[in-house]
Design a protein around this ligand. Structure first.
Ligand SMILES: Cc1ncc(CN)c(N)n1
Length: 223
């Protein structure tokens, strides 16, 4: 999946870290159905909390925007996270006897704190581009993983999860976020952004967020 022109450049710059994230053993175990349910639920509870902070980060992006179009795109992502994506977590956990109040009150894992606060700090200390570079691996990586698993899954155990990220709503959000990133980059860095002195730092932000994604999967696998 390309989701615009900037994402493939950032993804290529991240090199092997991107494969380590999108083909992590946790992902492959969802693909072949061998992922233990306890590991999935541990991940899903943490991911609910992750999405709470991620929504805060996208809300911060609204305040960092310079145009109404940027504000609308960031606000639409906040809506998608709070009112669509989190339903997967709430409904799956409810079916396992875990009410939403328990999700909200769960204790955050260190890997979760490291990732979400890194992203929030990227936004607080930088501008919209710093924040978008740190947000991109999350949104677009799951789009890529969902699309691949929907074609390659060998077992139905995680079909609901896969359907959420392969689904039309999530894939549309990925294309919109890709377009937001391309327009924000062009507005601030011009048409050849790779030559900007800011480019290496944006690639470094994307790379760090990618590594924190892999650590997040690892947290799910840890006993
Ligand atoms: C850790 C993580 N990264 C990405 C996504 C997809 N929004 C997610 N739900 N959780």
């Amino acid at each position: 999946m390309s989701y615009g022109t900037t994402f493939p450049l950032w993804r290529a710059a991240a090199g092997d870290a991107w494969q380590a994230y999108t083909r992590h053993p946790f992902v492959e175990a969802m693909r072949d159905g061998t992922l233990p349910r306890a590991a999935f639920l541990r991940y899903l509870v943490q991911d609910y909390l992750f999405l709470v902070h991620f929504s805060r980060a996208w809300a911060l992006a609204v305040t960092k925007a310079e145009t109404l179009d940027e504000m609308r795109a960031c606000a639409a992502t906040v809506h998608g996270l709070l009112d669509q994506e989190m339903q997967l977590h709430v409904e799956t956990c409810a079916a396992e006897g875990i009410p939403e109040a328990d999700l909200f009150a769960a204790r955050e894992a260190p890997q979760n704190i490291a990732y979400t606060r890194y992203v929030l700090d990227a936004g607080h200390s930088g501008d919209l581009l710093d924040l978008l570079a740190a947000l991109a691996p999350c949104v677009l990586g799951y789009g890529e993983i969902g699309a691949r698993l929907s074609a390659e899954a060998e077992h139905p155990a995680y079909a609901d999860w896969i359907a959420t990220y392969a689904g039309a709503d999530y894939q549309r959000s990925c294309r919109e976020v890709g377009a937001l990133i391309d327009a924000a980059v062009a507005r601030r860095l011009g048409t050849v952004p790779e030559t900007s002195p800011r480019w290496p730092r944006l690639c470094a932000r994307f790379d760090m967020a990618t590594r924190l994604e892999a650590d997040f999967w690892g947290m799910g696998l840890a006993e």
